[in-house]
Design a protein around this ligand. Structure first.
Ligand SMILES: Cc1cc2nc3c(=O)[nH]c(=O)nc-3n(C[C@H](O)[C@H](O)[C@H](O)COP(=O)(O)O)c2cc1C
Length: 413
């Protein structure tokens, strides 16, 4: 018989069990998902949709709403790890062309994009996520911007088929699928391939999030046996498989191992922006040991520039993308100059869409999509694109390939 005091520790340690079978967190969350039936009514108009915290109906939806809400809290941004501020672009006082000649367009495979920055993976699998994704899909179609959906885990684990029914309303949107490594291992590549078809994606992200899985109350930190699954997915996907972190950075050992498996696309997703050690630490309050441990990881991870530059210096072969703490078009320009092919942002898009608490900077207690969300997304895009174009003009870079050059940037002294 264990004492009361043992209980928190035991519940914290359950996550380290290797059994992905009966008692696995995946199974238990699946149970609760299945208990809830698909929404029978049409989604409410965006203006009226407001999800309060008391409306949480199961573990999965509750977690997703928590993530969206807590990511808007300034305290969950790892500003002290942001190394983008240590980089400066070198001003060229004598560009040999007009500002109007600057061309920010880019390509992903044979798809033309208006800009080299994209909407990083954020949300899927719940009603509120659907409304967000509907807006992002339209935005992607209207502006030729790549849009990465959030983890499609629920598509793997539930029988709900309706989530992406609105995809066909925006056939020209350019969408990237997303799944976690733990789910790729447990469900296998064949099932994950269906996620690509389900949303007619032009690529798929596989996210590696070991810290988040350890700190998440419902986490599945089970990464053993990933090699075969990843190798098979890359071989059979027919579209690029982009492996990413979620804000702690891809290190060289990981990049080399991934490269040996045939992975050719990497998003280093380094530290400096949304930090999952912080977000999950706010969700672990019921487990005091886990909550206390989470505090020790508030500054975990390597900066985005460090990861990207490290990969370039080590001559990692393939397509290097970068994200994590990117907040302006100047940040995008810096990462392109360092060598990124594409640059992702998550939190800024969310901020543009959702009402937050600007005065306190703290997480809002409920989620509400702004009544002017579409215009707000457009404004963010226009500002970012303008900043990128000005940075290009003032570094003497007419095209993106001119900017991707080590002579265009330096570390601040
Ligand atoms: C609310 C939210 C949910 C996220 N969910 C996912 C996810 O499902 N899959 C994933 O690969 N990354 C996810 N991310 C991580 C982002 O894609 C990105 O790597 C990270 O937030 C760093 O970017 P940022 O500093 O611009 O937010 C999420 C980020 C946010 C803010």
């Amino acid at each position: 018989m264990k004492s009361k005091e043992d209980r928190p520790l035991r519940s914290s340690l359950k996550r380290f069990s290797n059994q992905a079978t009966k008692s696995s967190p995946q199974k238990s969350s699946q149970k609760s998902i299945n208990k809830k039936s698909a929404p029978k009514t049409k989604p409410k108009p965006i203006e009226n949709l407001s999800v309060t915290i008391s409306e949480k109906t199961d573990v999965f939806e509750g977690r997703k709403v928590d993530h969206l809400r807590l990511s808007l809290d300034e305290r969950n941004q790892a500003n002290s790890l942001r190394d983008l501020d240590q980089i400066e672009l070198i001003h060229d006082a004598f560009p040999a062309f007009n500002f109007a000649d600057v061309d920010t367009s880019s390509y992903f495979l044979n798809h033309k994009l208006s800009v080299p920055f994209f909407i990083s993976s954020m949300t899927a699998g719940h009603r509120f996520g659907q409304e967000i994704n509907r807006l992002f899909l339209k935005f992607s179609e209207d502006h030729q911007v790549l849009f990465a959906v959030g983890s499609q885990r629920r598509d793997l684990e539930s029988e709900l088929k309706s989530e992406w029914s609105f995809r066909r309303e925006h056939p020209r949107a350019l969408v990237l699928a997303n799944i976690g490594l733990a789910q790729l291992i447990s469900h296998g590549p064949r099932k994950v391939l269906q996620l690509i078809d389900r949303i007619d994606a032009v690529g798929i992200f596989v996210h590696l999030n070991p810290l988040q899985e350890c700190l998440q109350p419902e986490g599945t930190p089970q990464f053993r046996g990933a090699e075969n699954s990843l190798r098979d997915l890359v071989r059979d996907a027919g579209v690029p498989v982009i492996v990413k972190e979620v804000g702690c950075g891809l290190n060289l050992t990981a990049l080399r191992r991934l490269q040996n498996l045939g992975v050719q696309y990497f998003d280093v997703s380094g530290a400096g922006g949304t930090h999952w050690g912080r977000i999950e630490s706010e969700r672990t309050m019921k487990d005091p040991i886990l909550a206390a441990a989470a505090l020790s990881f508030r500054h975990w991870g390597q900066g985005t520039v460090q990861c990207l530059h490290g990969a370039i210096s080590a001559e990692i072969q393939g397509h290097l993308w970068a994200s994590g703490g990117v907040r302006t078009g100047v940040d995008v320009a810096k990462l392109l100059a360092v060598g990124a092919e594409m640059v992702g942002l998550a939190k800024p898009w969310l901020e543009a869409l959702l009402e937050s608490s600007p005065t306190t900077g703290k997480a809002p207690s409920s989620l509400k999509i702004r009544p002017n969300a579409e215009a707000s997304l457009r404004d963010l895009y226009a500002k970012m694109r303008l900043e990128l174009a000005i940075a290009m003009f003032c570094t003497g870079s007419m095209k993106l390939c001119d900017l991707r050059n080590s002579s265009k940037w330096q570390r601040k002294v």
